[in-house]
Design a protein around this ligand. Sequence first.
Ligand code: NAD
Length: 347
Amino acid sequence: MTDRGMEYLGSADVDRALDGIDVVETAAEVLRLHAADLVRTPAKAFLQWPAEEGAARTLNMPSWLGRPEGPLVGTKIINGNPANARFGLRRAEGLILLFDPETGHVRTMMQAARISALRTAAVTAVAVEHLSAGPPRTLSVIGAGTLAEVHLEVLVPRLRELRRLVIHDHDPRRAEKLAAHAAGAWAGRSVDCSTASGAEEAVAGADVVVTLTTTDEGYIRYGWLKKGSVLVNVSLDDPLPEVFLAADALVVDEWGLITADRRRILGKLHRAGRIAEQGGQGAPALGEGRAVTAHLGEVVAGTRPARTHEHDIVLVNPIGMSAQDVALAAKVAQRAKPLGLGSVLPH
Ligand SMILES: NC(=O)c1ccc[n+]([C@@H]2O[C@H](COP(=O)([O-])OP(=O)(O)OC[C@H]3O[C@@H](n4cnc5c(N)ncnc54)[C@H](O)[C@@H]3O)[C@@H](O)[C@H]2O)c1
């Protein structure tokens, strides 16, 4: 064992090394490992504190992946404040640290924002590809911030039958800006890019709905959703409880993280006895309730189906596994070496 110091990759290095990495396949690989019980991802450490504007927060999220070609271990620290957007600053940024699996020493440190956004969009793409009733023609995006832009970058090129993109943001200027950007980026495709002034209008008729807001209050009603659609609830609190209870299939990425989280609606519904873990019996004592249908990893691995009919409404609740960040960061670190990117910091 030698002490090689610690490699550091800044945002520009990360961007260059990401070029050529299949982020969606990387996300699927992690989900397959998760289905094989080869991912350890304990509860996120969350700290929030009052700032001059709103509240700032930090999340620390370690993970271990038991890959057949060798284990990966690391953590993502992601910090931010929803008020940042008002000052033209990114809502969130942070670092990913990769550890030596033998010594536990930090080997590599890199800027996390781009990797975090890409891996989130990649998980959405995997969910859409495995859970759509057919090739989606209408995509609805609610929330037009950083994650929305990255979702469009990852999703739109993969949705070959897409004809309509509808964007809603409670700040209409943000929705319009993103719609104009999308129209320019995919000018050669016959995709109609428009905005909707309300969430119900945005969701109506959509085959795929992705929530990318910062709300902590539900507003999406079950009756708004088209039969056969997929709702990927990335921002976690947008659907009302009725959507979690009535969806034909409820798919999660990591149930342990969802139940450990005290803030989000699905964990709250579980603690209230209304949603049971997968294989559970719902909440017969309350005369209502349901169980989780499947983990996304099981759907990807083909060991448990989630959609059984083309008219099923499927709700996906990806709380976000740092194993996704660690796996993508490891590929970035590997590609950075031959490209001569980054610098070595002394211990
Ligand atoms: N599940 C995951 O794995 C995961 C990973 C990363 C980020 N996220 C979540 O994704 C969300 C978006 O992140 P971002 O970096 O793009 O944030 P952002 O601040 O850049 O953008 C959020 C946008 O949502 C809009 N918005 C807020 N509330 C709204 C509402 N009720 N209706 C319509 N629009 C609304 C805002 O105006 C803003 O444009 C955050 O909630 C973040 O926590 C989830």
